[in-house]
Design a protein around this ligand. Structure first.
Ligand SMILES: *Cc1c(COP(=O)(O)O)cnc(C)c1O
Length: 391
């Protein structure tokens, strides 16, 4: 078989048929681009580009250099490169900080005893994904307290073994600590880079350049969240010098990041998605999300014992319908409500605050398709009305 036979219409699989054959039940994703609930829906343009790219072969280094230039242009940055998710970007950042463009060091990683291998991180910036920074053999030097940290404390921790300073930007971070601009000035006065994890900070689209403008040398973003490229992709933006170090330390080159390879199809899919993402009118997009979330609020507002409102702020990258159970609520907890939604028919994934599931729950419109907001609202309303009477 040469693979050129087209598959007959009647045999075409659908997402549902693939899952059915496997005995797995699909769900409506009303909780946002959570990886465990399969991320986000790649844009049609992204899937088309992946299919098209499967027809050709290319020198991957040439493709990656060109794709990096394209991403830099689309995002308004000096330089960029493709990674395997934002978390793959963290591994590459740390490798770049330690090995730079030294082929011997690159091949030694994760053995780092003969090179600066310490990453300074504020305690308030510790995060569930930060161990990726340690994958290429680096170590953390933690500074400050969970709630705050001064630039002086960071300065005092810098020594001959320091390779970089880390900065996290996320809803799940203490808002206190050293401002990124001051952290960058400090790092640069020591000849060190700032590595920033800003994986989920899109939209707003202005964030594509915000952290590089504030001085970060390498900023990691997800391609598989709101950008809606392939789930496994991400990209680094930053200074030309540091992007080059990142590229040299990244797959497909052999070395510690080899397991993070990104295919030519995924690279094309990311570019296509980013192009649409950066071309999209954010006000119009936001209005569409607001309409959907206001519909939920209207339908749930009169249920006794709870408050529901549309929230769009630093913690909620697009408008969310946030539900808070009041003190007099006698029904199920947030976790019980989301479990019941997930056990329903159709199954629905809704989100709780993962740091503290007793805070609130929300509906995120990013992955909702036509007609789904109505289904989600009906199920949720029924469940909450029952819950309000103690069930
Ligand atoms: C989502 C996220 C990641 C992981 O990004 P992937 O693209 O899924 O690898 C890392 N850091 C933060 C802060 C995130 O929000």
């Amino acid at each position: 078989m040469d693979g050129t036979h087209s598959i007959g219409e009647t045999n075409r699989s659908t997402g549902r048929s693939i899952l059915e054959n496997l005995g797995v039940t699909p769900l409506i994703n009303a909780g946002g681009p959570n990886t465990k609930h399969s991320g986000s829906r790649p844009r049609a343009e992204s899937i088309d580009a992946m299919n098209a790219m499967s027809e050709v072969f290319v020198d991957l280094e040439e493709l990656l250099l060109a794709a990096g230039n394209e991403i830099a242009q689309l995002t308004g940055n000096e330089a960029a490169t493709v990674t395997s998710g934002a978390s793959g970007g963290l591994v590459v950042q740390a490798a770049a900080a330690m090995a730079k463009d030294d082929p011997e060091r690159i091949s030694l990683l994760p053995i780092t005893n003969e090179m600066p291998n310490e990453l300074i991180i504020q305690r308030g910036h510790r995060f569930i994904y930060d161990h990726l920074y340690l994958a290429p053999g680096s170590h953390f030097v933690e500074v400050g307290r969970a709630t705050d940290c001064t630039v002086e404390e960071i300065d005092a921790a810098i020594g001959p073994n320091t390779a970089a300073l880390i900065h996290l930007e996320s809803p799940y971070k203490e808002k206190t600590g050293a401002p990124l601009t001051e952290l960058s000035d400090l790092a640069h006065s020591h000849g060190l880079p700032v590595l920033a994890d800003c994986a989920s900070m899109l939209p707003p689209r202005e964030n594509l350049t915000k952290y590089t403008r504030q001085g970060a040398d390498l900023v990691s973003f997800s391609g598989g969240k709101a950008v809606r490229g392939p789930q496994s992709t991400g990209f680094l933006v930053g200074k030309t010098e540091w992007i080059e170090y990142a590229r040299l330390n990244n797959a497909p080159n052999p070395g510690v990041t080899r397991a993070q390879k990104v295919s030519k199809e995924e690279i094309a899919g990311l570019l296509a998605a980013l192009k649409v993402f950066t071309d999209t009118d954010e006000n119009e997009e936001t209005k569409n999300y607001l309409d959907q979330m206001n519909f939920i609020v209207d339908q749930l507002a009169e249920i006794p014992g709870l408050s529901v409102k549309v929230t769009h702020d630093y913690d909620h990258y697009i408008p969310h319908a946030v539900i808070v159970l009041n003190k007099d609520w006698r029904g199920p907890t947030y976790s019980e409500i989301t479990e019941r939604l997930k056990a329903g028919s159709p199954r629905i994934y809704a989100a709780t605050d993962y740091r503290d599931p007793a805070q609130c729950m929300w509906i995120d419109p990013l992955n909702l398709q036509d007609g789904e907001v109505e289904i989600v609202t009906t199920q949720l309303r029924e469940l909450l009305i029952k819950g309000a009477s103690g069930f």
